[in-house]
Design a protein around this ligand. Sequence first.
Ligand SMILES: O=C(O)CCC(=O)C(=O)O
Length: 338
Amino acid sequence: METKVLSSGIQYSNLPESYIRPESERPRLSEVSACHDVPIIDLASENRTEIAHEIGEACRSYGFFQVINHGVSLEAVEEMRDAAHGFFNLPVEEKVKLYSEDPSKTTRLSTSFNVKKEKVHNWRDYLRLHCYPLEKYVREWPSNPSSFKESVTKYCKEVRELGFRIQEYISESLGLEKYYIKNVLGEQGQHMAVNYYPPCPEPELTYGLPGHTDPNALTILLQDLHVTGLQVLKDGKWLAVNPHPNAFVINIGDQLQALSNGLYKSVWHRAVVNAEKPRLSVASFLCPNDEALVSPAKSLTEDGSGAIYRGFTYAEYYKKFWSRNLDQEHCLELFKNK
Ligand SMILES: O=C(O)CCC(=O)C(=O)O
């Protein structure tokens, strides 16, 4: 099988044509400044009300924040990073055994975003794993490196607990009952994208991932400690979110924007690439159950504004999301009440 992944050991001296963005869509890296006021929320604080308040503020004004003292062990994080590096360092013949361009596959190595739908490709390879229920999916995961399954299992369990704690705070910050979000979203799915961005010969001309919002409820992102690349859109400007040691970046996804009746923003973000070093990130996504009916919480529509979005099941939303290209209009726009 001809390999389509970028992490094949081939060194590129020029960016292949199919990755070059039209002039107007390029990242303009020199115009991006660092985001100096990324909210950093300490989850070990004794004051629950204060944590919920800070999270609410961050969700309203940024749509993202970082958490420290989050309860995910350093051991789990380090083993996750080792497993990810170990996988992408495998010989390409071994990796491509998992290669697929079919978004419905529950374990797959792929490249770019949605190769069959997009016009221009992105400078990224990724390993996409379904992670819940673990017993159902772990057997499909890579068995090379040999510690992969064990390390990623441990990480997934700890990250899931963190995600639930954050959802509880988010419920409270919206004036809802602590378990409101968990109850509405049902038995939540969990997916993971292990993103690998190789050094890129012409980073000004392309993206690792172009600007997008996440279709799920909540994203927990483990950044590369040494290489920057994540940028978020704030007040119309792209800002770099530099890695903070021991922190996770938390993004509000489309489902929480819908559930909060637009009060909380599903943040636009993108990953840019660089010419010198590979970059690795691990995104964990908590997703509503396929059957869960997502609609704005009633108490948030009673101020006369009404429900901005119509109710939909997550299965319906997810299908729509993957039937499109990443950099089209916001998928949630298609679910707006007229
Ligand atoms: O690599 C990053 O920092 C961002 C990854 C991301 O946005 C995603 O996986 O959806």
